[in-house]
Ligand binder design. Sequence first.
Ligand SMILES: Nc1ncnc2c1ncn2[C@@H]1O[C@H](COP(=O)(O)OP(=O)(O)OP(=O)(O)O)[C@@H](O)[C@H]1O
Ligand SMILES: [Mg+2]
Length: 264
Amino acid sequence: MALLSLDNLDVAYGNVQALRGVSLTVGDREMVALLGANGAGKTTTLRTISGLIAPRTGTITFDGEPIAGRPAHELVARGLAHLPEGRDLFAPLTVEENLRYGYWTKRRDKSGYATQLDRVMDHFPRLRERRRQAAGTLSGGEQQMLGVARALMSSPRLLLVDELSLGLAPMIVEQLFEILKQVNGEGTAILLVEQFVHMSLSNTDRAYVLAKGEVALEGRSDELLADPQLIASYLGEQELEAANATGASAAPAPAPRRRSRSRS
Ligand SMILES: Nc1ncnc2c1ncn2[C@@H]1O[C@H](COP(=O)(O)OP(=O)(O)OP(=O)(O)O)[C@@H](O)[C@H]1O
Ligand SMILES: [Mg+2]
């Protein structure tokens, strides 16, 4: 059974329908990309999973239990961590104080804290060096690292990541992806929202493409990667250029499953 499954989710902000009949799954230890143009509903999907928005209809199952409508703090305790869009670190607090907060969101015994801090810091030598520095004075890339590190302090089974790449140079984004792959390799499932399509598909097992609040396309990432034109038709010209620039392979692959009735 999937670790996370969304079934036929509808979400609206007042009269604005943001998600229509969204269904997706993330398997245990799987790394899945959620792609889509601006406004497609990616952030809304993650916020709904982590209990910040209540769906109008549909079900969300995490680890075998229905979780739609459960409060966010309860979901953290069950093993769900969310790294939101933008940086919501406590800027005046130090790196270590931010990490301690991440640990206490799950409220476990004090004795485990030092071990967990050490484990997480092993992924982030740059943060270890800067542990007493105020979070607000870190570089953009270091702040994103801290965001990931803070989410990992709660030992999540599933990590939701929204636009890790925002405002960062591609080289830094690649380093962050490397870290996410390590974390995934150690057993944390990841659902990743990204604008860097090529990098996302190169680093994930499967992907979903949202268009106007619906799942328009889903498939294995390597298969989607082999057909940049197909993805570009959902994501716009900019992404097509990016995919071409990176020289994505044109090798034939089985066609990914298309779900939408119309391609817009
Ligand atoms: N708080 C809100 N109130 C009203 N409408 C909202 C709200 N948040 C999002 N929306 C609308 O819902 C739709 C989906 O937004 P969402 O933020 O999920 O998109 P996204 O795929 O994350 O886009 P981006 O790539 O720009 O981050 C958009 O049309 C947006 O305008
Ligand atoms: Mg968003």
